[in-house]
Design a protein around this ligand. Sequence first.
Ligand SMILES: [Zn+2]
Length: 535
Amino acid sequence: MKRSRQESSGSDASGFLFAANPEETQEENKTETASLFEATQGQSLFETTQDQSVEDKKTAKKARKESKPSQEENDCPDSSSSAADEVPDDLFATSSSKPETIPEDRSDEKSEPTTSVQEAKTSYLSARDGVKPSSYQVVARRYRPQTFDELIGQETIARALSNAIETNRVGHAYLFTGARGVGKTSCARIFAKALNCVQGPTTRPCLKCDSCVDVATGDDVDVIEIDGASNRGVDEIRQLRQNATIAPTRSLYKIYIIDEVHMLTREAFNALLKTLEEPPARVKFIFCTTEPNKIPITILSRCQRFDFGGINGVSIAKRLAQIAEQEGAQAEEGVFDVLARRANGSMRDAQSLLEQLLSFAPKFISQSDVHNMLGSVDDAKIFAILDATVRANAADAFKILNEAADQGVDFGALIEQVIGVFRDLMVVECGCGVKELMYSPVARIEELRLVSQKLGARRILASLQVLDQTAQRMRVSAQSRILAELAIARLCQLDSFQSIESLIAQLKQGAIPNLRLETTSPSSGSPESEESKKK
Ligand SMILES: [Zn+2]
């Protein structure tokens, strides 16, 4: 029953939006629409199907309400269930586990009326040998922030939007920009909930009313989420415009959340302009995009723009630790820092990595688990490589590389790690402290200070240039190991090269500079990098 409800609401949503499935909706509503369809054209058909879909939604809602008590009975006594069960069952449903489990549950109920629902569930669960209950949702969706307070790393934006609500200055079009996984869509949903909550507009949506619940799942009748990538044409936008003139069904506002809005065609954007400038009363637009530079200036100037920055590593690591705890997993120290560093400011990436790890090591996550998964090496190895290059001992460095290769390391990831450490060296050399470290553990700060003094700014910058070139070449080459070794060898030789400045100084003093080293390895490229750096 749940499954079929889902399907129907799914097709409703698309039919409602853009009639993406015209045949299907026509089929369903043939009897009602036939006469209208013959009499008139698209417009009235669209209206009819829309009314129909709203009707369907209402019946679906009723059905959901009826079915809720029995679900709760199901879930409450199950003490082993965690956060997953507190969320309503149909929240964030994934396609993977649901279809397989729900029908089974139902068949149990039907075929054995004497068995209680609870028993059926327990036997089912024990049959699955302790695997978590049916509706498994991916971590990133399950732990999606639900209120402004939970929006990690975007506090300024959360405050700005809250203030807009409190002071009754909510605009009619917003543009949320930023890299993937930094909270744009989550923020859009929270904002929609805040505006449309039964108790709203409020900065603290109740999360319990129908509107809040439906917005969270992305299938609210009045908060319409559109994927800009697959609804990019002018026809879809025209339909949206017609649709927008119809008053919201049950909420205060009709809110359009268009994801990846930069994918709309130029014509589609033009079709949107007028509506965006003077939208119908009670219509709000929230656009989300990773590429604001692709959006016409005419659109940009009609929106309030909020730039979502990358989330800092400390916040991500903290959140990951919370999630792991709630998932019942423990972790070695520093594990979440490594994940946060790899996620590079994206909360969703970090949570996906954590999820991958949890399926790999559900009870205890060790550093080596993380590095195995990421194809990276632990910090100790990276610092050993660094040490070898400082000592100009390529043989030692190659030994470590060889060990890493035996462990199946990804050399691209390894070079990225070395770049990270040199970046931190550069920062430390400039006099920054622990707060500015991005890629090295805080405990290593003293070591970094010592190394940076030994190497000096010039050599650190030259090393970074060598490593960066290597990383670029690795992306298009299959010889990643050789390129990595080449780079490390060059880093080891950097101390032998004299800067152009010092050569000039020697010449000025009348001395004949010792050019032996440069003539022995003319192709090494480092003198060039020194030169180009000077320019
Ligand atoms: Zn609410």
